[in-house]
Design a protein. Sequence first.
Length: 534
Amino acid sequence: MAKAGWAHYIGRLHLPHGTGVDAPSASAQGASAAQLREAIESLGPTFVKFGQLLSTRRDMLPDVYVEELTKLQDQVSAGTETEARPIVEAELGRTLEDAFASFDEAPFAAASMALVYDATLPDGASAVVKVQRAGIVELIHTDLDIMGFLARQLERYVPESRRFSPTELVDEFAQTIEGELDFTREGRNADRFRENFREDGSVVVPIIYWERTSPRVLTMERSPGRRAPPFDPSHAGMGHAYADTLMRLFLTQVFEHGFFHGDPHPGNVFLLDDGRLCFHDFGIVGELVTRDREELAELMLAVTSRDAAWVTDAYFAMGVVGDDVDRPAFTRDIDDALQALYANAGQGPAFSEILRQFMRLGQRHRVRLPRTFLSVAKAFMEIESQALQLDPTFDAMGVLQRRAPQIFWRLVLRRPDGASAKRSTFRDLLAVRRALNELPQIAAHLVDALRSGKFNLTVRHEQLEDLEEHIERASNRLSFSMIIASVVIGSAILVSFHAGPHLQGAPLLGLAGFVIAGVLGLWWAVATLRSGRL
């Protein structure tokens, strides 16, 4: 790294003597993005994968570095023809000849952590066998120790690095790569993905042969289909169908299943001639809890609604916002980005571009994003890129505008159908739902405080004998107000869905609810004014 021009940072890390890092010279005061990539490549497969992780962090790095790091590939040798046999036999507890009818010991594909081989099962089924490289676990653990040490040195001696939390970033990477080292986890991910789409005939996932699978060996059915070919104008209709299916399946993974393929590049999603898609290689997946999906859906709906203030609300709810963030300035920047986005709609990767803009704005305004958002953004960019390769006229923004209300309502109200309600109704319902979800937790904390004896309540009142009466009156008024608010919200939902009988196109139940709420509210206001205690 010092030789690549980063000596002015390396020299500040107080490394032990004998590392070969000299004092920075004038010629070593600046490093280009290409030099950084070349240095990472020279450090080996673990650092290459870490560089690939950094290539998704547009909230941390300038665009020139991100674009250069996206070029990182696993430049590794194919291995020797004798490398697989001892590992497979040790893992499966039997000889290669007993486990397989045939096994080509010359790998046909290679990655930094594994080699891939052709094989045939005893029943004649064609299979592929993924075998972990010898010594790769020890190498990765050593590299992770080095990364952790350097991250701690950065946070200690380079203050400007702390806002990126280097140690947290390394810990995140360690969890990811440790998961990739266990091939049984990849197999379980494949089974889970297949089960999620068991009723969708457009998805194929290769079968995992568990009797020939272990943490270091993964045996699976050979993936049918082929990589996406270059766009052919004579088959534009088929390309559009594939692209539309790809986008639909991705939205289903993210917003309905909460479990999605984290690396859906063309090499991991094959096309079948009958229009189906085959997904494989589940070493990298993403998982979203309900709250994550709600926040992403709200952000998507706000973007497709062109509401900059709403986008800011949703974006801030997902990020880690400091006290020094200028919210009005951030909103203005969001509005400018939305205007530019819609001005160029239909001329390229529209939604991917707005995601990039969000990450750039996060860097400018010092708003860190959670890992879940970044993993979804990366996968979405790959999906949109592949869809445009299949159909250059594909409009991802148009697809999202059509599907956003349906996705949102399914998440918020758990209804199977969509609705065309106003943006304000969406926002109000989401706020009410979140408040109701958090109420039990608040109550539980209150009970815990009371049980522990650490709950302090200070009451100052000059007429204690009237305290009970005042509390009862206030409780009744609050309850009455909540009843009126509930009637208003229920009526709004009925009107939005046009439920119940209609008169000249107007939903009677919803209108009746508004009338009842209005009468009760007017009566309550008059009674309060007459009491003289407004």
